[in-house]
Design a protein around this ligand. Structure first.
Ligand code: C5P
Length: 205
């Protein structure tokens, strides 16, 4: 079975997906890392991130997602891109790259080639990539709550992080909407384990 966990930026998707996957004994895949990898490689090459062809030209050799249980990694040939994927400049550029249809097609093809069962995490896992998933979830939380969580991972102040998250939500609107059959969970008042338990409790027997 495939379980999809979509949601807004910094809603806890990766940690929740890892926990749910661990409880089920299956791998999880973090699709945002591939969009981040394309963005990083475009930035390093100095190309215009809005130019789809230029960004795609940087994906050679193509970065590959390694769905490790302890945390997904992305490799390009022998280089581990993972430590560079969560910088503020990648955060800022990624929505523009992710809006390009050919970049989305490249990511989607890589995800669909992975063998089920799995837990897939992102923005459009339950709508576009795995519309026939056995269970779908969409995580939300207020921008303030998300910024406070992210403040542990970024050097900026909470206010600046919150403003950046609101802007990324706006830019991601087209590629991020709950599937009609998704369970929507507001994670604001819940602990990480509380969200994992809420997901597990809603899985079909
Ligand atoms: O999940 P994460 O915040 O790491 O995703 C980074 C960016 O990648 C998002 O802001 C969004 O622009 C893009 N993304 C997407 N579709 C996905 C996953 C991520 O468009 N399935």
């Amino acid at each position: 079975m495939i379980v999809t966990i979509d949601g807004v930026a910094a809603s806890g998707k990766s940690s929740v997906s890892a926990g749910v996957a661990q409880a089920l004994g299956v791998p999880y895949i973090s699709s945002g890392l591939l969009y981040r990898a394309a963005t990083l490689l475009g930035l390093e090459a100095g190309v215009d991130l809005g130019q789809e062809g230029a960004v795609l030209g940087c994906l050679n050799p193509p970065p590959r997602l390694e769905p490790l249980a302890a945390g997904n990694r992305v490799w390009q040939a022998g280089r581990d891109l993972t430590p560079d994927l969560h910088s503020t400049r990648v955060d800022r550029g990624v929505s523009v790259v992710a809006a390009r249809p050919e970049v989305r097609a490249w990511v989607d093809a890589q995800l669909r080639a992975l063998p089920a069962p799995l837990v897939a995490e992102g923005r459009d896992m339950g709508t576009a990539v795995f519309p026939h998933a056995g269970a779908k979830f969409y995580l939300t939380a207020s921008p303030r709550v998300r910024a406070q969580r992210r403040a542990h991972e970024r050097p900026e102040e909470v206010d600046a992080i919150e403003a950046a998250l609101i802007e990324r939500d706006r830019l991601d609107t087209t590629q991020s909407a709950p599937a009609p059959d998704a369970h929507v969970i507001d994670t604001g008042a819940l602990s990480l384990q509380g969200v994992i338990d809420a997901v597990l409790a809603r899985l079909p027997a």
